[in-house]
Design a binder for this molecule. Structure first.
Ligand code: NAD
Length: 372
């Protein structure tokens, strides 16, 4: 059936196709049970695209991605392609996708489900009920700033140089994403930088403060230095709702927050571009984990990070909040029932395959849907 909801699925390499198979079942379930049909196209990215087309992302696939409302990606990479030069590696396909879609805001939720509270390396009473969202600026800052490079100085010493640089519009557009998310959650935004020692941080603070005063005074805004934020995430992570920060600090803090949950196979992400006149944004949804070549092809990978990424897609690209909630509830129920893939296995629980986890989640969706 043709609809105006266009999805491009790029399953990629390693466990990517295995976990995306379970996502596809839930996409189909939405059509069958909720009357929400998607125009789904499949494409190649990463190593599988290198094998088929000689490049990790073709222009045609990139065009499909731009035409889609959302791209769902599995994972890319693997030892088979590790020796290829950097620009032709699987990861280069993903980087091109992010760059050419203009995905400047990376959303990484860190949520601790009750059933997995013991998977966290922190004490249960610190992380129970944790639900925070980190918004990381993704296309600016020190990873892209010029000048950069390694040069040899007159005295013969070598010098490595990178430049941390942000403009006011770059800061405002990512801060806006943070404020808008906070508005849909608990209306608290913490902006993180190092305004005490970096001019780029000072500008960041000034711009976020000005945007808050002009448009988002209904959201509670706080500022925090990045080093303090790293501590607070361990000491008292539940004080946060949404955190917005730059590319470098976001890289570190989102990985730290991820580990509060203790389970890589559970972590989704979204990367969003600028909204056009109709409010449509380019968007890419993918699990945080990689292609896990050590377990690929064995039907033991955890599909939940990818399913949660699809839930984020429903929430942020299609405004289908009830359906996103449904997926999250179905997963929580299945875990509460004691089913576990190997990566989240715990004493007394029942170990299951990727497929059985998918079966159980679809059954839980059926029950929740029937219960209205
Ligand atoms: P990884 O995330 O693939 O795996 C790390 C460990 O976690 C492995 O032991 C793996 O078995 C386990 N794991 C990961 N996801 C899992 C899941 N869903 N269920 C169960 N266990 C899971 O990271 P890595 O080993 O450093 O990298 C492997 C390959 O993936 C490399 O080629 C790397 O470049 C690539 N990579 C890709 C992405 C991406 O596509 N966005 C991200 C990270 C790494």
């Amino acid at each position: 059936m043709s609809t105006n909801r266009k999805l491009l699925i790029l399953a990629g390499d390693g466990i990517g196709p295995e976990v995306m198979r379970q996502v596809r079942r839930v996409v189909d379930w939405m059509g069958r049970r909720r009357g929400l049909h998607f125009d789904v196209k499949d494409g190649l990215v990463g190593g599988t695209s290198i094998e088929a087309n000689g490049v990790p992302l073709t222009d045609a696939t990139l065009a499909e991605a731009k035409a889609a409302d959302a791209v769902l990606l599995g994972a890319v990479g693997g030892p088979r392609w590790d020796k290829i030069e950097f620009e032709r590696r699987p990861e280069a396909g993903l980087l091109r996708l992010r760059k050419d879609l203009g995905l400047f805001a990376n959303l990484r939720p860190a949520t601790v489900l009750d059933a997995l509270v013991d998977a966290s390396p922190l004490k249960a009473d610190i992380v129970r009920g944790l639900d925070i969202m980190i918004v990381r600026e993704l296309t600016g800052g020190v990873y892209f700033g010029e000048p950069r490079g390694i040069t040899t100085l007159d005295n013969g010493e070598r010098q490595g140089l990178n430049t941390q640089v942000y403009t006011s519009s770059e800061i405002r557009r990512v801060a806006r994403v943070g404020f808008e998310l906070a508005r849909k959650r608990n209306r608290k935004l913490c902006s993180v930088e190092k305004a005490n020692v970096m001019e780029s941080g000072l500008l960041w603070r000034e711009e976020v403060t000005a945007l808050h005063a002009a448009e988002f005074s209904d959201v509670e805004l706080s500022h925090m230095y990045a080093d303090n934020c790293a501590m607070q995430l361990i000491r008292n992570p539940r004080q946060f709702d949404v955190i917005v920060t730059d590319n470098l600090f976001g890289d570190m803090l989102s990985d730290e927050a991820a580990m509060l949950t203790g389970s890589l196979g559970m972590l989704p992400s979204a990367s969003l571009g600028a909204a056009d006149a109709n409010g449509k944004r380019c968007a890419l949804y993918e699990p945080v984990h990689g292609s896990a070549p050590d377990i690929a092809g064995r039907d033991i990978a955890n599909p939940i990070a990818s399913l949660f990424s699809f839930a984020m897609c429903l929430r942020y690209s299609f405004d289908l909040t009830a359906e996103a909630d449904l997926i999250e509830k179905a997963v929580a129920q299945v875990l509460k029932g004691g089913l576990r893939t190997t990566d989240i296995m715990a004493p007394g629980m029942a170990r299951c395959s990727t497929t059985v986890m998918g079966d159980s989640i679809v059954r839980a969706l059926d029950k929740l849907h029937a219960a209205g």
